[in-house]
Design a protein around this ligand. Structure first.
Ligand code: ZN
Length: 186
């Protein structure tokens, strides 16, 4: 396993629509293992394959759901089957370091896909976990959370985003471990 560098705002791979995974094989499982290790090393709670430069439809999450329990999933070719409710909450992104903003998302959703053994999954998500899954699925479509903010808010962030695109990372780029819970970067 190895930690792969997380791509930062301005990298074109973050704007690619990732391709369907066609074969769940050892190469893909290696990628899953690397993504989990990378997510952990960066203190994140979710990661999409584009964020490590691989435009394939694959995401991982590792979200604390209650005391001493975490929801850990690898989802390949995820598709939303149902969604319900609407809720606003704060998000941060490993690829857009230093920015934390409220984003409105579905409150709960049902997603189908494959696990890393190629088995079909149908999973129901709610709370912060539902937010994390939607954030990562956006990545697979080349969408970043800042795209979901109001034009006024985006205008306000323009200078920070331009700086990231130039390769200037903010102070404390790596988040402290205590942000690695719900509300951690995705
Ligand atoms: Zn993200």
């Amino acid at each position: 396993m190895s930690v792969r560098p997380v791509r930062i705002f301005g990298d074109p791979v973050l704007r690619e629509r990732a391709r369907e995974v066609t074969s769940v094989d050892d190469t893909l499982r290696q990628l899953v293992a690397d993504m989990r290790e990378t997510m952990q090393a960066y203190g994140g709670v979710g990661l999409a394959a584009n964020q490590v430069g691989v435009a394939q439809r694959l995401l991982v999450v590792d979200v604390p759901v209650e005391e001493d329990a975490r929801a850990r999933h690898a989802l390949i070719n995820p598709v939303v089957k149902r969604r319900g409710g609407s809720v606003s909450g704060e998000e941060g992104c490993l690829s857009v370091p230093g920015l934390w903003e409220d984003v409105t998302r579905a409150e709960r959703l049902v997603v189908t896909g494959l696990d890393e053994e190629g088995r079909t999954l149908e999973l129901a998500f709610e709370g912060y976990l539902a937010r994390a899954i939607q954030h990562e699925m956006d990545h697979l479509d080349g969408v970043l959370f800042v795209d979901r903010l109001s034009p006024l808010k985006r205008q306000f962030l323009r200078r920070s985003l331009d700086a990231l695109a130039r390769g200037e990372l903010p102070e404390g780029h790596r988040p402290p471990p205590e942000r690695g819970g719900p509300g951690g970067q995705l």
